[in-house]
Design a binder for this molecule. Structure first.
Ligand code: MN
Length: 501
């Protein structure tokens, strides 16, 4: 059976989702989960884009073992050097360089002739090959490029040292038959194609990213590039969980397998959704809340009699069940064991903090599920918490709040409700002019005593910060979320002299 490599680009292409801006510690946490998920390659970022991005790639390359770590670089000397430097500490590394090859992009974006583009690509691949023994080259906008130009360039970059050729459907324009046709054409016409790996990178503008990726697998690619929950620019990328589960469920048809540990799929989806603040729609395939829920009486009756009547996959296979694990009487040991089972090794210090949070949660909830624990664990990871509230009183009926901070008390009333009153009070106490641009509240676990999560986007000056807060009380969650965003802005003042006022 053929093995298809999973090239995971949530931290690079996925992070280009509008409004998503992950903190380096959050990226590291996602990368660790991707390693547990068992992907083959993690594209950790685009180091030349920003200092913080380079730091994040460096951190992942140093700390995450297992998958190969890739960094993106334009076909430019500086980009490639920075990518090489960021990857220095990785066990296994790959430089991924690219240039646009379509007439539209070459003419209007690059303002270069095909000959110039070819030279830049060859120079970039040769340089990258001096630093690493694994170089991926992407023909940006391949599906709107001239096929014979791709063939010509492919032969030259193979000679220059490329080990992986990636065919991106950058703008999500291809159809499955056409995309498979392009792959077959390259396999047939590129000299030396069998000495390199072929890869597909599909976007979902027409809702065809997964279909195109699977057509490419059938046509013979060795690697697919995907993101968790299909996040990414515009309509996003091919969704990891859909491609992987299609290959698993229809192994009979594709005759291909991946190294993904299926039981980690649900948790990975949840973690990425949590960090990015991008919720998974309920009807999303594989990881949506309704993906395994049967509503119609006929279906329910069928599934009860024999699961396979209406279910083609077993939800347990992707770890989709919320286990009931710990309760009021669970001790520190049980908590540590459970955290280990979930894949987290925490310091004594951190365990103390989590245990305190866990205990106060058991006062509000009878049972604490895996998801509750993950929420406790991930909450406030790597974030500065310089600002905290000493006292908050909320009089729900009249939407009046009083907040004490640094010895000052602020009482605010708002006709727009208690959340607005709360945020106004905080602004006034801190003397900041923060504007709430987006506010959402979600139930992240089940039942009446579920944990609520607030996700806010707050504007300071010309920057937007995302904040999250988790509590069984939604107003408290709203407060934590706002404080979380403010703390990020305040830490930028300290680190970069940026003034949020
Ligand atoms: Mn892309």
């Amino acid at each position: 059976m053929r093995k298809i490599a999973i090239f995971e680009t949530t931290l690079r292409d996925g992070e280009q989702t509008p409004g998503v801006n992950l903190h380096p510690e959050e990226k590291l946490s996602i990368a660790r989960q991707l390693a547990r998920l068992g992907v083959d390659i993690i594209e950790a970022g685009f180091p030349a884009a920003a200092k913080s991005e380079m730091k994040a790639v460096q951190k992942i390359a140093t700390e995450v073992k297992g998958p190969r770590i890739a960094a993106l670089a334009r076909a430019k000397k500086e980009d490639i050097e920075i990518a090489a430097k960021s990857l220095e500490n990785a066990e296994k590394r790959r430089i991924h360089t690219f240039i646009a090859t379509s007439p539209i992009h070459m003419k209007h974006k690059l303002k270069k002739s095909p000959e110039e583009v070819k030279n830049l690509a060859v120079e970039a691949v040769s340089l990258a090959a001096k630093f690493v023994d694994d170089v991926e080259f992407s023909f940006e906008d391949a599906t709107r490029s001239n096929r014979d130009f791709i063939v010509e360039l492919a032969e030259e970059v193979i000679d220059a040292g490329a080990t992986v050729l990636n065919i991106p459907d950058t703008v999500g324009y291809a159809t499955p038959e056409e995309f498979a046709g392009l792959i077959e054409y390259l396999k047939k016409n590129v000299r030396g194609i069998n000495s390199v790996e072929l890869s597909a990178h599909c976007h979902d503008d027409l809702g065809l990213a997964v279909a195109n990726s699977l057509a490419a697998v059938k046509a013979g690619v060795d690697q697919v590039e995907v993101t968790v929950n299909g996040i990414g620019e515009r309509a996003g990328n091919a969704a990891l969980e859909e491609v992987v589960m299609a290959l698993d469920t229809r192994r009979d048809f594709y005759q291909a397998k991946t190294s993904v540990n299926l039981r980690e799929i649900a948790r990975t989806s949840w973690l990425v959704s949590y960090y990015t603040g991008i919720m998974v729609p309920p009807n999303k395939a594989i990881v949506g809340a309704n993906a395994f829920t049967h509503e119609s009486g006929i279906h329910q009756d069928g599934v009860l009699k024999e699961r396979s009547t209406y279910e083609i996959m077993d939800p347990h296979k992707i770890g989709a069940t919320t286990h009931i694990v710990l309760g009021k009487h669970s001790g520190r040991h049980a908590l540590r064991d459970k955290l280990r089972e979930l894949g987290y090794e925490v310091s004594e210090d951190k365990l103390d903090r989590i245990f305190d949070a866990f205990k106060s949660l058991t006062e509000k909830k009878k049972v604490v599920s895996d998801l509750d624990l993950l929420a406790l664990l991930e909450d406030g990871f790597g974030r500065n918490q310089d600002f905290s509230m000493e006292m908050v009183q909320i009089v729900h009926g009249s939407s009046t709040v009083s907040v004490r901070h640094g010895g000052k008390v602020e009482v605010t009333h708002s006709f727009n409700g208690p959340v607005d009153a709360l945020y106004q009070a905080i602004n006034s106490l801190l003397g900041v002019n923060a504007q709430l641009v987006d506010y959402r509240i979600y139930g992240i676990t089940e039942g009446r005593d579920a944990l609520g999560e607030a996700v806010v986007r707050v504007k300071f000056g010309d920057r937007i910060y995302m904040g999250r807060g988790v509590s069984t009380d939604i107003l408290e969650a709203s407060l934590f979320a706002y404080a979380n965003a403010i703390n990020q802005a305040l830490s930028e003042v300290v680190n970069h002299g940026f003034d949020p006022k």
